[in-house]
Design a protein around this ligand. Structure first.
Ligand SMILES: Nc1ncnc2c1ncn2[C@@H]1O[C@H](COP(=O)(O)OP(=O)(O)OP(=O)(O)O)[C@@H](O)[C@H]1O
Length: 309
């Protein structure tokens, strides 16, 4: 069966004149997928998302949502999406209640009541005081209102730009639970984040973007498996192990931890040689932060080489 792609970009490029935007970004998100978009500050996450939604036009290439070209006048298309920008700007002077009512009205008469009901449930869940004016809210609470606006019409597709930044850990957990439940019910989720552990935990596939280019796109499982192992040795570990592929070495008096990308037989042999002095050995998949650094370093090395330095 051929996959149906809900998001598909082809060589999507945005040039901001002297400033780099994004270059030839190709991503495909299948129906029902929970997809993470990871990258450091200024990598091009928000630019890609704005292009997806047709809020800005590409210099070249294209973005399709549900198979259709995205654009600001595509109201039917946009009604199927819950979009949350990284920095939401609201009308001043409105209470949360008025704002959610306004947002529900925008969704149209047929769904207005259901939207409001859902917004009320979400306000209870995320503990938002609906009587307060938007400008009286803290940053985190404003973020929650922004989340509720994106979720209240129960769309088929969620495009969320760094939704959890500024939320406390309890709210982050509630947010991910809510989103996971909606994904289980069939919704497609595309979420950008700096927080790699949450992408590792909740997303099925992910792309890493750096300097406007996609560095890697794969299942989270493959991203974890195809890179180095994190090796931790406990005990009177010798200062040096005879291994060349050790990276990110962290040493304490009674432990040695490093990323290892070499021959596993050589690693086991080296550990065996020092077996008398070791109390414990752990060989585990690296976490998302380590993977990110791995790809980050590789692509940084590539651009240095390109520059001929
Ligand atoms: N309107 C604009 N005019 C000029 N340059 C822009 C504009 N918007 C974005 N850029 C540039 O495009 C690049 C990508 O920015 P973008 O905001 O997409 O990054 P990001 O990955 O979302 O970063 P962050 O995690 O910090 O939000 C940056 O170099 C930025 O300076």
């Amino acid at each position: 069966m051929t996959k149906r792609y809900i998001i598909e970009t082809t060589d999507l490029t945005k040039d901001f004149g002297p400033h780099r935007g994004i270059e030839q970004v190709n991503i495909r998100v299948a129906e029902g997928e929970f997809y993470g978009f990871i990258g450091p500050n200024g990598a091009g996450k928000s630019t890609s998302i704005r292009l997806l939604l047709g809020l800005i036009s590409p210099t070249s290439g294209q973005a399709r949502l549900f198979g259709e070209l995205a654009g600001p006048n595509q109201t039917d298309l946009l009604a199927r999406i819950g979009y949350m920008p990284s920095e939401a700007v609201f009308y001043k002077g409105m209470t949360v209640r008025d704002l959610l009512k306004f947002s529900a009205n925008l969704r149209g008469k047929a769904v207005q009541k259901a939207c409001l009901q859902e917004a009320r449930r979400l306000c209870d869940l995320f503990q938002v005081d609906t009587q307060k004016k938007i400008e009286e809210l803290s940053l985190g609470n404003r973020k929650k209102v922004s989340i509720i606006c994106a979720l209240q019409h129960r769309p088929e597709l969620y495009i969320l730009d760094e939704p959890t930044s500024g939320l406390d850990p309890l709210m982050q957990k509630l947010f991910w639970q809510e989103l996971t439940e909606r994904n289980r019910q069939g919704a497609t989720v595309f979420v950008s984040s700096h927080i790699l552990s949450e992408v590792q935990r909740y997303c099925q596939r992910a792309a890493i973007i750096q300097d406007g280019q996609i560095v890697v796109e794969d299942t989270v499982q493959n991203l974890i498996q195809t890179t180095a192992k994190r090796v931790t040795l406990q005990g009177q570990v010798p200062l040096t192990l005879d291994l060349t592929e050790m990276k990110d070495v962290q040493r304490t008096e009674h432990s040695l931890s490093f990323l290892y990308n070499g021959d596993i037989a050589l690693l086991i042999e080296a550990i065996y040689q020092h077996r008398e002095s070791m109390l414990d050995v752990t060989i585990a998949d690296p976490d998302m932060d380590e993977i990110f650094m791995h790809y980050y370093e590789h692509s940084a090395a590539r651009s240095t080489n390109k520059g001929g330095n």
